[in-house]
Ligand binder design. Sequence first.
Ligand SMILES: C[S@@+](CC[C@H](N)C(=O)[O-])C[C@H]1O[C@@H](n2cnc3c(N)ncnc32)[C@H](O)[C@@H]1O
Length: 254
Amino acid sequence: MSQQRVGERQAAMKQLWETSFSAQIASQAYNTAPVEALVRTVAYYLRARDTADGEHNLHFLEMGCGAGPNLLWLAQRGIRVSGIDISPSALALCQDNFRCAGMQDQVGQLCEGSVTTVPFLDGAFDGVLEACVFQHLNRQERFQAFAEVARVLKPGGVFVGYMLDRGHSTFQQKQAEQLPEDPGSVLLQDNRSNFYLTNIGLAHFFSREEYDVLLKDFSVVDPCLTTYYLPREEAQKRGYDTYLQSMWTVYAVK
Ligand SMILES: C[S@@+](CC[C@H](N)C(=O)[O-])C[C@H]1O[C@@H](n2cnc3c(N)ncnc32)[C@H](O)[C@@H]1O
């Protein structure tokens, strides 16, 4: 892709997420709770590293940190945190949340930008998180984002990601519309809201095999499936009778 096309694509992604965050803020619908699958996985990782004085001396990055609930959870466990997000509105919420919690001292950098080119040094982080971000990238961007995860992690550093799986109800319903050049990806646009998955544009549903390729230089690659049905009322709001969330929690060690 030419530099101009990359610039245009990033401007479009920024616009999409700014629109989504405005709608989420208006409906008080943005995520304020840490993602349970990330919490569980990172908690196991930290338990193995607990010191007698509770000091970790770790620095984690979240790629697509949104309003920052995952970063705040980490900071409350004594971890230094940095975040990158394409939406300035999301970053403003994140900064506010750290200010309200009195935890600004735990923040390294919160910066606006794309997960495909992150402005951090090689090996800068002990851990990298992402939740529901890489699933909205096209094929080239996904390879770039995973390469950036590998680049900014220290050897032995941990990656924990949370992404859509092909067993998800939306993929099951739409799989006939997969993009021929990018199997697993569909374009979702139903004008029901500006923030449900069903209206966020490109969505990629990962298969188990993809992680071995995307995380090829990692010593451990351990994706685990979590599935649950949304309550019927919530499913119906999204235009479904039943709605199975089928998500990968990917644990990998560089
Ligand atoms: C579904 S929200 C998840 C936010 C956060 N990870 C959480 O768990 O609450 C997706 C976030 O990714 C951000 N995002 C989407 N595409 C991005 C990109 N290419 N680069 C950086 N951030 C991006 C959006 O602005 C949004 O904050």
